[in-house]
Write a protein that binds this ligand. Structure first.
Ligand SMILES: NC(=O)c1ccc[n+]([C@@H]2O[C@H](COP(=O)([O-])OP(=O)(O)OC[C@H]3O[C@@H](n4cnc5c(N)ncnc54)[C@H](O)[C@@H]3O)[C@@H](O)[C@H]2O)c1
Length: 381
C-alpha cells in the first residue's frame, strides 16, 4: 500500500511539474539549501522538488511539528535531516545551528529563525532565500540593514494570503478542532483573536459550522471589517467571558494569560493557530495559584480545574494546533502546492541572481505570482 506522503507527492501537481522542469534546468546545481520548516508530507514534496533542481538539502523542522515519517522519507531520499520532534527551544536552536554549520548557499526559513541566527553567526557565501510566514517577516524587517540580501517573503504574496491563509487555514483549524476534541460547533460561542487573513478564514469556517462567532482585533479597521462581515465585535473582556472556544491567530504574544483566568467561562477551550506558542501563555495559566488540579488527556488536551470549580481546557499547550497530533493534516494539499510552488520559484530566482539586495524582505515578485497562478489554472481538476 502506498503511504500518505506518496498520496501528497502525487497530488502536489504544481511541484511535480516544477520538479520535472528542474531536472533539466538544474537551478541549484552545486548549491546547498538549508531549511527550517515543518517537516510533514507536503514539505517533503517541496524539499524533493528542490533536490530535483540539483540542491543538497539540509533540513530541520519547527518546534513541535516534526513528523517522524516525513523525516524517515526524506533521509531515505538522500536529504540530510537534523534532529526530530521537540518542544524544547534550546534543543530546537541546536538543530538550527547545525543546519547553518553546513554553510548553505540559500535558506528557506519559516519564522525567521535561520536568518536571525545567521546574522549572529555569519559565514561567507549566503546568497539569500525565502521566508514563509508573517511572523518571520515581522522579525526580519528590522534586520534589513544587517542582512542586505534577497529574502522573498512568501506570506506576502496575494496567492498565499487568499489561497492558504484565508481559505485553507480556516478549513484546517476547523477540521483540527473537531478531530482533536470531537466536540460540537453548532450553537457554540467562538471568539477569534486576530482578523487578518488567517482569522478571517477561521471565523468564516466556524460560522459555516453554525457557531456564533465574535472577533477581537486591536485594529479598529479590522474590527469594522469583521462587523461588516457579520460578526460581533465585543470588547475583549466580554468576548473572553462569553466564549466556549477561543482561538488566537494574531502572530502577537500574550493574547491570553493568567490574568484572564477570572473571566473564562466554565468549560472554555483555548487553542492557538498562530505560528509561535506565544499567544496563549499556557504555562503561566497552568501555574496560576487559582488552579488546583491539572490533568492531561491524550491528543494533547490539558484540563485545569480552578478553585471555584470551573474547568479550562488548553489544546496542544498553546502550540499551533492545526499541526498538532493526532494525525495532523495541516492545510489542504492544493493550497500548500500553490505556496510551495512560490517557494520553489523564489529560491530559483535567488539562485539565478534574478533578485538582489534591494529585494531584502519583500513580497514575492509579481511575475512569479502570475506564473504560479497561471500554472494552477492550467491544471485540470
Ligand atoms: N496555523 C497555520 O496553519 C498558519 C498558517 C499561516 C500563518 N499562520 C500564522 O497565523 C498568524 C496570523 O497570520 P495572518 O496572516 O492572519 O496575520 P495578519 O498580520 O494578517 O493578521 C493578524 C491580525 O491580528 C491582529 N492582532 C495583533 N495583535 C493583536 C492583539 N494583541 N489583540 C488582537 N488582535 C491582534 C492584527 O491587528 C491583525 O489584524 C501568524 O502567526 C502566522 O504566522 C498560521
Amino acid at each position: 500500500m502506498k503511504t500518505r506522503i506518496e498520496w501528497v507527492c502525487e497530488n502536489t501537481r504544481l511541484l511535480g511539474a516544477i520538479a520535472e522542469e528542474f531536472r533539466q534546468s538544474r537551478p541549484f546545481a552545486g548549491k546547498t539549501i538549508g531549511t527550517g520548516i515543518h517537516l510533514e508530507p507536503k514539505t517533503v514534496s517541496l524539499l524533493l522538488t528542490l533536490q530535483s533542481g540539483g540542491a543538497r538539502v539540509v533540513s530541520t523542522g519547527n518546534l513541535n511539528t516534526t513528523q517522524q515519517e516525513a523525516v524517515e522519507y526524506l533521509k531515505a531520499s538522500g536529504l540530510t535531516v537534523i534532529g526530530g520532534a521537540t518542544r524544547d527551544l534550546n534543543e530546537h536552536r541546536g538543530f538550527l545551528t547545525a543546519v547553518l554549520a553546513e554553510k548553505p548557499d540559500l535558506l528557506l526559513d519559516n519564522g525567521g529563525d535561520l536568518f536571525d541566527l545567521f546574522r549572529r553567526h555569519r559565514y561567507p557565501g549566503l546568497m539569500g532565500g525565502t521566508e514563509e510566514t508573517t511572523s518571520g517577516r515581522m522579525r526580519l524587517e528590522p534586520l534589513r540593514e544587517e542582512l542586505r540580501m534577497p529574502i522573498l517573503v512568501i506570506n506576502d504574496s496575494p496567492i498565499k494570503q487568499f489561497a492558504e491563509n484565508e481559505h485553507a487555514v480556516g478549513q484546517s483549524v476547523l477540521e483540527s478542532y473537531i478531530r482533536i476534541t470531537n466536540r460540537v460547533t453548532n450553537g457554540q460561542r467562538v471568539t477569534v483573536f486576530g482578523y487578518g487573513a488567517c482569522g478571517r478564514g477561521v471565523a468564516a469556517n466556524f460560522k459555516n459550522a453554525r457557531a456564533k462567532v465574535s472577533v477581537v482585533d486591536r485594529d479598529p479597521l479590522k474590527r469594522l471589517q469583521a462587523h461588516l462581515d457579520g460578526y460581533d465585535t465585543p470588547l475583549r473582556k466580554a468576548a473572553i467571558s462569553s466564549a466556549d472556544l477561543i482561538i488566537t491567530v494574531t502572530g502577537a504574544s500574550g493574547i491570553l494569560g493568567a490574568e484572564d483566568l477570572p473571566h473564562f467561562k466554565h468549560g472554555v477551550i483555548l487553542a492557538n493557530a498562530g505560528h509561535f506558542p506565544i499567544e496563549i501563555e499556557a504555562e503561566a495559566i497552568a501555574a496560576s495559584e487559582s488552579v488546583c488540579e491539572r490533568s492531561r488527556f491524550s491528543d494533547g488536551i490539558k484540563t485545569l480545574r480552578l478553585r471555584d470549580s470551573r474547568r479550562i481546557h488548553i489544546i496542544a499547550q498553546g502550540h499551533v494546533f492545526n499541526l498538532a497530533r493526532p494525525r495532523p493534516m495541516g492545510n489542504s494539499i492544493e493550497s500548500m502546492d500553490l505556496g510551495f510552488a512560490l517557494q520553489a520559484r523564489c529560491l530559483e530566482a535567488v539562485a539565478l541572481g534574478n533578485v538582489g539586495e534591494r529585494h531584502c524582505v519583500v513580497p514575492v515578485p509579481r511575475d512569479i505570482d502570475e506564473r504560479v497562478a497561471s500554472a494552477y489554472l492550467g491544471l485540470r481538476y
